[in-house]
Design a protein around this ligand. Structure first.
Ligand code: AG3
Length: 285
């Protein structure tokens, strides 16, 4: 008999809201040395990964986030050969990056190996490209990685992190962005998940400001729906070492791989910002 009163709920106390998913059962729970990871089988969204009580991804809607965390940056950089993913342990972003044939190497720097091992088990569809010879999975602290990496050694850095709490906190700081900037080659791009434009402007605007203060020439946020995250509306922020180039429209139109959300019209539309966001953005500069 289906229990209709079993729910996973993520509470957002700051916004006095909660989001719930109906669950069939809990598949796994463990406390790693970094965080608590839970996996659920939901009734309507497939599998669900939760870290420290916050929804990370569901089988059903993670494509929105992973496509928008990767393709806008990779189709804007003129020649993305070397990519790093900081965080991203579920490998959803990695899978999308590897669809780009001009990419020669992708290094994923995830602090918690257990995220990846559990993704391999419960989200195998995201991990299907992990054995691609261009991919290198490293389990290390991303903050230390960028601090120690050589100058100009990467073209695109993707920061696929948790919220700025716990291990993810240092990824939202000016000193981290300075290290990223130094590691990027000319035309280099940094793209980072930047929370809900509606619920978390107090995170998004200081983060954009920190990127500018660190020396990025252009900072542009892009918006997309994400049903399982607080407010259902999410953002990523693209910071460009030099002036931001135009998207490679022909390459987007003729991409040889399928996408379920991303296309040229979405790429352009995603950068359109609402007035309340533009007003706050103009105050923070
Ligand atoms: N990255 C987590 C985004 C933050 C979600 N926040 C929340 N639920 N409060 C997701 C990792 C997917 N690769």
């Amino acid at each position: 008999m289906l229990e209709t009163n079993d729910w996973f709920t993520e509470v957002d106390p700051e916004n006095h809201t909660a989001f719930s998913l109906q669950i069939e059962r809990k598949l796994h729970e463990e406390q790693t040395s970094f965080q608590k990871i839970e996996i659920y089988e939901t009734t309507g969204f497939g599998k669900l990964m939760v870290i420290d009580g916050f929804v990370m991804l569901s089988s059903r809607d993670n494509f929105l986030y992973h496509e928008m965390m990767t393709h806008p940056a990779l189709f804007t950089h003129p020649d993305p050969k070397r990519v790093w993913i900081i965080g991203g342990g579920d490998c959803g972003s990695l899978k999308e990056v590897l669809r780009h044939s001009e990419v020669e190497s992708v290094i994923q720097i995830e602090i918690d190996e257990r995220v990846t091992r559990l993704a391999e088990q419960y989200f195998p569809e995201l991990c299907e490209s992990n054995s691609d010879p261009r991919a290198q999975l490293t389990f290390d602290d991303g903050i230390r990685w960028v601090k120690e990496a050589p100058d100009q050694s990467v073209d695109v850095i993707i920061v696929d992190s948790t919220d700025p709490l716990g291990p993810g906190e240092g990824l939202f700081t000016e000193s981290f962005y300075r290290d990223c900037l130094r590691c990027l080659g000319s035309g280099g791009l940094l793209v980072q998940q930047s929370e809900s434009p509606f619920f978390h402007p107090h995170i998004l605007h200081p983060m954009r400001q920190a990127m500018k203060t660190a020396g990025f020439q252009a900072v542009h946020s892009l918006f997309f729906p994400q049903p399982v995250y607080p407010s259902g509306w999410w953002s990523a922020t693209l910071a460009s070492k030099d002036a931001l180039g135009q998207p490679r429209e022909e390459a987007i139109e003729n991409r040889p791989f399928p996408t379920r959300y991303y296309n040229l019209a979405i790429h352009k539309a995603a950068f359109a910002a609402p007035n309340f966001f533009l007003e706050d953005a103009s105050h923070s500069r």
